[in-house]
Design a protein around this ligand. Structure first.
Ligand SMILES: NC(=O)c1ccc[n+]([C@@H]2O[C@H](COP(=O)([O-])OP(=O)(O)OC[C@H]3O[C@@H](n4cnc5c(N)ncnc54)[C@H](OP(=O)(O)O)[C@@H]3O)[C@@H](O)[C@H]2O)c1
Length: 330
């Protein structure tokens, strides 16, 4: 069994390799998210992933507070909503108040698209652009974080409200746009990643630049756990299929943030196995089988040949050309 400890971010800080996804399939605070977080903390999770858009930061923060576990022992990620791209500091403050904490360990731009107050999507060249939003992210990161650059090593002493900053749902194309004017390289890019959407070029691009990938929907929302290859590898390790999918993710150097409300599954998802190089390659290639290359998320639209929240795939830099996308809700 592989130990489930941490990766190191480009800030020098640790991030536990397995975290708890807190998107519950519906927006808002609820008893179920609070209970899930309480149980997860009790069974050993120390990394929680939420977002302003999930509307459940209050429940997540309350569950952490009630657990009695010191704040410094838990890594918290939250995300900036599209409506807030022009007021980053204010949005962060609201998230901190909801979470009942003085800082988050990681603050991500949830999507590259910015929205107006009324929910209209702005096009990439409209203000606030990605570069303008990232400048504000850098400002909240710099405030309170003392960064020492010593030759090749970067050490940061963090007292700020966002101990690391990053992005989510960014591609090579949108990251390239961001990096053109960036002074701080994102610590993380959180994207959909599992054997049906392994995205090797994005993984390599991020790795080369010191950006850690966090894989969301890392067990593919449990939609292909019955695939014969996954079943066979699980049998060989006397493990669950979902553990094989998470082990593959961690072994290729990505953080994973599975979501489950069930205690037994929470425990299972923390236990990883060591896969052989043959098994890793077989899983890497699973998406090449007919019909397998796909997103499992329901936020895709067929408008203009494929789009998502108002940007077409070409603007997002997404390549879903090999297959279809899920039609159910995220
Ligand atoms: N940045 C973004 O735009 C973005 C987008 C999507 C997701 N995310 C993040 O990623 C997290 C995880 O993604 P996700 O929820 O889409 O997908 P996921 O974690 O791949 O799958 C969740 C589903 O799998 C089931 N499941 C979990 N563990 C299992 C196990 N051991 N055995 C069998 N079934 C299991 C869960 O059901 P039960 O709960 O019934 O067990 C749930 O239906 C989210 O919660 C969110 O934090 C981020």
């Amino acid at each position: 069994m592989m130990s489930t400890n941490s990766f190191i971010l480009n800030t020098g800080k640790d991030i536990p390799r397995v975290g708890l996804g807190c998107w519950m399939g519906h927006v808002g605070d609820s008893q179920d998210v609070g209970e899930m977080v309480r149980t997860a903390l009790r069974v050993g999770y120390r990394h929680l992933d939420t977002a302003s858009n999930y509307g459940n930061e209050r429940s997540v923060g309350l569950a952490l507070k009630e657990s009695g576990i010191p704040r410094r022992e838990v890594f918290i990620t939250t995300k900036l909503a599209g409506e807030d791209h022009g007021r980053v500091a204010q949005a962060l403050q609201t998230s901190l108040a909801n979470l009942q904490t003085d800082y988050v360990d990681l603050f991500l731009v949830h999507w590259p698209q910015a929205f107006t107050e009324t929910g209209k999507t702005l096009q990439p060249e409209e203000s606030p652009t990605i570069s303008e939003t990232w400048k504000q992210m850098e400002e909240v990161f710099r405030a309170g974080n003392i960064i020492l650059i010593l030759r090749r090593c970067t050490h940061s002493y963090s007292l700020g409200k966002a101990r690391a900053i990053g992005v989510s749902n960014f591609s090579v194309k949108t990251l390239t746009t961001l990096l053109e004017h960036a002074h701080v390289v994102p610590a993380v890019n959180q994207v959909e990643m599992h054997p049906c959407l392994p995205q090797p070029p994005l993984l390599a691009f991020c790795r080369d630049r010191g950006i850690l990938i966090t894989a969301y929907s890392p067990i593919g929302k449990n939609k292909f756990s019955t695939d014969p290859l996954v079943v066979k590898i699980a049998a060989a390790h006397a493990a669950k299929e979902t553990q094989i999918l998470l082990s593959w993710g961690v072994q290729r150097g990505t953080c994973v943030i599975p979501k489950t409300t069930k205690e037994e599954r929470l425990r299972d998802n923390l236990v990883l196995v060591e896969l052989s190089s043959e098994e890793m390659t077989a899983l890497d290639n699973l998406h090449l089988s007919p019909g397998m290359h796909r997103s499992v998320c329901g936020f895709h639209s067929t408008d203009l040949g494929g789009s998502c929240f108002g940007w077409i795939y070409a603007q997002l830099g997404w390549d879903l050309a090999l297959g279809g996308v899920a039609s159910d809700s995220a």
